[in-house]
Write a new protein. Structure first.
Length: 85
């Protein structure tokens, strides 16, 4: 269960970071602050998971896979559902 939580938290954190980058690029001002607040919350969860579990290869792979898929998902979601200026 801790690895699943790490995957979900890293997916969400990197999803939000990539989404925020696209907000800035496309001048979606109204989404910047809510996205930043969510980024802070998910980053804290990722840090707590790493501090609790310690460093080990399965954790690194789980965080890496969560991060990569989160980034791809954010690119798709932003392009599909957020209007560009």
């Amino acid at each position: 269960m801790p690895l699943i939580a790490s995957f979900v938290a890293s997916f969400a954190f990197i999803f939000l970071r990539a989404f925020q980058q696209r907000n800035v690029t496309h001048d979606n001002w109204y989404l910047v602050i809510p996205t930043s607040i969510l980024m802070a919350a998910t980053e804290a969860v990722v840090i707590v998971n790493i501090a609790t579990q310690g460093w080990h290869l399965p954790l690194v792979l789980t965080i890496g896979l969560g991060s990569g898929t989160g980034c791809i998902a954010a690119m798709y979601v932003h392009k599909r559902w957020v209007l560009k200026k």
